[in-house]
Write a protein that binds this ligand. Sequence first.
Ligand SMILES: *[C@@H]1O[C@H](CO)[C@@H](O)[C@H](O)[C@H]1NC(C)=O
Ligand SMILES: *[C@@H]1O[C@H](CO)[C@@H](O)[C@H](O)[C@H]1NC(C)=O
Ligand SMILES: *[C@@H]1O[C@H](CO)[C@@H](O)[C@H](O)[C@H]1NC(C)=O
Length: 345
Amino acid sequence: MKSFVAAAAFAWFTVANAGTVVWDGSFTPFSSPSDFDKWHVGTYQWYIHGSGPTSSYLNPGAAYKNPAVTREDKGLKLTVDSTSHWNGQTMMRTELIPQTSANLGTGQMYYHFSLKRESVNPPGTSEHQVMFFESHFTELKVGVGSDPTALSWCINGQPKWSTPFVAGTWYNFAYDINFSGNTVGLWASTGSNPLQRVMSNQSASTSTNSADWHVGVLRLGDSTTEDWYISGVYIESGSLTTSIGSGTVSTTSTQTTVSESTSTSTSTSTSRSTSTSTSTSTSSSTRTSSSSTSRSTSTSTSTSSASGPGQTLWGQCGGQNWTGPTTCAQGTCKYSNPWYSQCLN
Ligand SMILES: *[C@@H]1O[C@H](CO)[C@@H](O)[C@H](O)[C@H]1NC(C)=O
Ligand SMILES: *[C@@H]1O[C@H](CO)[C@@H](O)[C@H](O)[C@H]1NC(C)=O
Ligand SMILES: *[C@@H]1O[C@H](CO)[C@@H](O)[C@H](O)[C@H]1NC(C)=O
């Protein structure tokens, strides 16, 4: 595993080379936790969380962003606690996913975000999946590898690179994803330093249905309260913006109140589709092996798990209505409850 050397010693005088923002996960539109409950209005869907009020899990605020990031005026304090069980699962989850009609899984894209922890309410050392895709082709983790407190970048659940996760330091990342070439690489920096490539492109089963990038944290153990700080979330196509805080980046995405969600799957494998709707609406989501479109009068959300030959370690491998993989590429499929089976060692 390679390790990270902070880029502070490097002075970069490159001209910002901005791509096109295809989805903007800025927290600027969110003034209070309850704004996330209107999830069909903003750029995020908010339904993967525990039973408490949203204020227990999500708090937007100026103090919670990387001060170097100038493209938004707020960041997010995201909390995982002992109540964060979603949908009867044993895992604890506080996750947002994109709400957009944009295709977030085509060509060359850069998934940007900054992460921080503090010494108060730090992450525990059980496995945590952070800023992950449902198929886990790439993600960050803590609680894995030789140093369970480190932040590790993974492909298919396997750590490839890590950095000590020091309290009070902002870690900036861009997942460098070529959806055409099926490769993913990593760019990283700390504070206000420009992103530098820390891992070259590696082969991975890159795919997303544009609603399965989980901006948040899924933890498999621990029961303490943990606070994570997230800011600077956006997805860029074309060329990479390496500067942190390059000022405004124009966005092509628009916010919708009536959403039409179109999912096109580049995968020929099975997928799962879960639809959630507000009480005043109905939504439907159907899938074929190639593509699907769902439309509802209010909102529709779909999260899919495209699968390879077998599910990755910790992934779902069974449960009521589960149509994803039922075998495990790693570990064994263990029954947890009628709704959930999971690949475990
Ligand atoms: C992405 O992969 C495709 C197919 O291998 C390749 O033609 C293209 O040049 C790659 N794009 C970038 C930006 O490397
Ligand atoms: C890796 O991806 C980048 C796009 O960020 C591309 O410019 C570069 O050519 C790729 N390198 C290799 C070795 O594929
Ligand atoms: C499975 O599908 C049935 C019929 O649509 C539904 O009533 C039930 O709630 C679903 N179960 C889960 C766990 O989603």
